[in-house]
Design a protein around this ligand. Structure first.
Ligand code: GRF
Length: 296
């Protein structure tokens, strides 16, 4: 049961424990304060007392839980959770808007990200972790062209839908735009995705597709410049620094406008592997933050 809840809430480990603790303490506090407040109301019959008490605790509960969630660091999660309950109860609905249009209205308020990844997915994992409890940004889809990629296990573990794509349809066909629309994707993040992005997709998502490259562009980019090849080229050239580049995606490999760069040293003792590790660290540190700042 706990596992199902964890999956549903898209949280894990300590965060799950803190959420349960917030529910428990917030719930008890609500009962306690509710009872203390009841004598204010001069109520005769027991049935009326019960109704007023239920109404009172219903109003108090969200407040108590939100307050308790602050010291536990779970405020964003509970904001989202309580909003969701409110919506289910029809609170905040204007007029007679139907459930379906309400859902699509709400989904336009949320930024749904698709992460395109075809490798191990360590960046994808960091991005998922970062936005797990975010009130308005959600990793809603993993797009992958490699059925044995590690990122698929991550998607499965996190309960995130996967779109497995095939080259001909992606590059020369409809670029899976219908599927992306079905998931209301508004922003695309490439994290270890090696195929060139077709013009159709770039037109569909202008300024909304970004990539991370493990070197300081414009150097060491372009076709074939991925993985170890990039780091080996940096070392062979005798560079004393390398880094990461986060950039918009256009129709040329590693070419779109740079959004952000971070640097790290290249040591004389470095191998492509050791440099890759240092670069990965930089990627994990910055990519999610940059995505968040762009979506704000
Ligand atoms: C990263 O180094 C990124 O710069 C490049 O592909 C790699 C993906 O690594 N575009 P991972 O699969 O996220 O671990």
């Amino acid at each position: 049961m706990f596992e199902r809840l964890q999956k549903k809430w898209k949280v894990k480990g300590w965060q799950f424990v803190l959420i349960i603790a917030t529910f428990a303490i917030g719930g008890s506090a609500t009962g306690f304060i509710g009872k203390k407040l009841m004598p204010i109301f001069p109520i005769g019959p027991t049935w009326l007392w019960v109704i007023v008490y239920i109404l009172l605790v219903t109003l108090l509960w969200p407040l108590a839980v939100l307050l308790v969630s602050i010291p536990f660091g779970q405020f964003p999660f509970f904001c989202k959770y309580i909003k969701k309950i409110g919506r289910r109860m029809g609170i905040g609905r204007s007029g007679v808007r139907s459930q379906k249009s309400e859902e699509s209205h709400l989904s336009t308020l949320t930024s749904h990200i698709a992460v395109f990844a075809s490798g191990a997915g360590s960046n994808a994992q960091k991005i998922i972790d970062h936005f797990r409890s975010h009130p308005s940004i959600n990793v809603s889809l993993i797009v992958c062209n490699n059925p044995s990629a590690g990122v698929l296990q991550i998607a499965n573990k996190e309960g995130i839908p996967v779109l497995l794509i095939e080259k001909e349809r992606f590059i020369r066909g409809d670029a899976y735009i219908k599927e992306l629309e079905e998931h209301t994707i508004g922003f695309i993040v490439l994290a270890g995705f090696l195929w060139k992005i077709p013009a159709a997709l770039i037109t569909m998502y202008p300024g909304k597709i970004i990539n991370i490259h493990p070197a300081l562009l414009p150097k060491y980019g372009g076709k074939g410049m991925y993985g170890k090849a990039v780091h080996q080229a940096v070392i062979n050239a005798g560079e004393n620094e390398s880094g990461i580049t986060i950039h918009y995606v256009d129709e040329v490999y590693d070419h779109g406008k740079t959004i952000f760069q971070a640097r790290c040293p290249v040591l004389s003792s470095d191998t492509a592997e050791s440099l890759a590790q240092r670069i990965h660290k930089l990627e994990h540190e910055h990519y999610s933050q940059v995505i968040e700042s762009l979506l704000k």
